[in-house]
Ligand binder design. Structure first.
Ligand code: THG
Length: 368
């Protein structure tokens, strides 16, 4: 096979050397950076997240910083969710849509100061989008990618680890709220968040030269709780119904199709990008929706984003967007982007490598 050359275009996370030393065995490209995804024992890494505590290099969830007199205005113009009540030190999960109402990212918007926001983005280039919109609208705001790299600490024991390091105040943080902290001279923001439903925190490292130092500090503090390295877990996130933009979505997916309707406020002003299209989509009604699908297929631990046609009564009604083995349900599970005529409870057939596999549609999440 030809050599793939990144020529410095694929950036290393501040935790890179630590994760390689821990035995990271594969790495996923994301926002022109790498996310380690797996340290050799998928099942152990899954159960550690469910029962204990796991630490993840998610530095590739980069921040797009909006700073200046019009930062709040720009944040609102970009996001289809009403941000007017957002407080400093509060994060909100927000859909970013284009002019057609197509979902182009689903970041957490962190309000750092009245004139400063970080959009903690999924895998698409929001920096260009934000700077273009700001320029075209004549807004007085600077857009940059700050030196900020999240480290996730997830699982039922995460709170004990993070409180042990930073103090009991973290126990009182509400979901997506955050505060400032420092440890051994390393500046951080500590947020209650993370891409799992097992509870936990994200440590936003604000000095990229200190990644390996922070990794060691968290690893040491986690020892009594048997902490270990992990990664945004495809099995757990599927069971829990979390969205992975770009995998679960395509070039015409709107927020209503993928269960983000609760994060869209249609009454916000017309200047918000995509809001008129979203009102139209809402009043016309959606054609597709996202459901879970349970397969009667054999156990396969290699999770994948895949595109398999789904048929109901011999007619194509949609497709699967990914699949994963559920260790708790002991079934192959995944998501379907499928016609609204297909409903939870329906029996369907999935076309896989030239043969049909039986599937059942279910509502999300699979597990509470
Ligand atoms: N952390 C940070 N940045 C991120 C992610 C993250 N950027 C990319 C990606 N993840 C953004 N996507 C999501 C998707 C879901 C959630 C968070 C980020 C999430 N959702 C909960 C849910 O759907 O149940 C809660 C939503 C709510 O109650 O508001 O947590 O993980 N820094």
């Amino acid at each position: 096979m030809a050599e793939i050359v990144s020529a410095g275009r694929l950036r290393k996370s501040p935790y890179y050397h630590s994760t390689i030393a821990e035995g990271a065995e594969s790495l996923l490209t994301y926002n022109r950076m790498l996310i380690p995804r797996g340290y050799g024992d998928r099942e152990a890494e899954y159960w550690r997240l469910i029962n204990g505590v796991s630490m993840w290099d998610v530095a590739a969830q980069r921040q797009v910083k909006l700073k200046g007199p019009d930062a709040a205005r720009l944040a609102q113009v970009l996001c289809a969710r009403d941000l007017s009540t957002q407080k400093v030190n509060q994060g909100k999960y927000v859909p970013i849509c284009d002019h057609r109402g197509t979902l182009i990212n689903d970041p957490i918007a962190l309000k750092i100061e009245d004139d400063c926001y970080w959009l903690s983005i999924g895998n698409s280039d929001i920096w260009f989008w934000a700077s273009c919109v700001a320029g075209e609208r004549g807004l007085d705001v600077e857009i940059s990618e700050p030196d900020v790299s999240p480290l996730a600490v997830q699982g039922p024991q995460a709170e004990n680890v993070v409180a042990g390091l930073f103090g009991d105040w973290v126990r009182d943080l509400k979901y997506f709220w955050f505060g400032s902290a420092e440890i051994e001279g390393i500046p951080l923001k500590i947020a209650r968040s993370g891409w799992s439903k097992q509870g936990g925190f994200e440590l936003y490292l604000m000095d990229g030269t200190k990644g390996d130092a922070l990794w060691q500090i968290v690893k040491e503090a986690g020892k009594p709780f048997d902490i270990g390295p992990g990664y945004p877990n495809p099995s757990e996130r599927t069971e829990s119904g979390l969205l992975n933009w770009g995998t679960d979505t395509d070039e015409r997916t709107n927020p209503f199709e993928v269960r983000l309707g609760n994060y869209v406020n249609l009454e916000i002003d017309d200047e918000v990008i995509g809001i008129r299209a979203l009102r139209q989509i809402r009043s016309d009604g959606i054609k597709r929706h996202q459901l879970g699908i349970m397969l009667g297929d054999k156990e396969e631990h290699e999770d994948q984003s895949i595109r398999l046609d789904i048929e109901k009564n011999g007619r194509k009604v949609g497709h699967m967007t990914h699949k994963a083995w559920s260790y708790r349900l002991k079934r192959m599970i995944g998501y379907a982007l499928i016609s609204v005529e297909a409903r939870a409870g329906d029996e369907v057939q999935v076309l896989k490598e030239g043969r049909y596999v039986d599937g059942e549609l279910v509502s999300l999440p699979f597990l509470p």
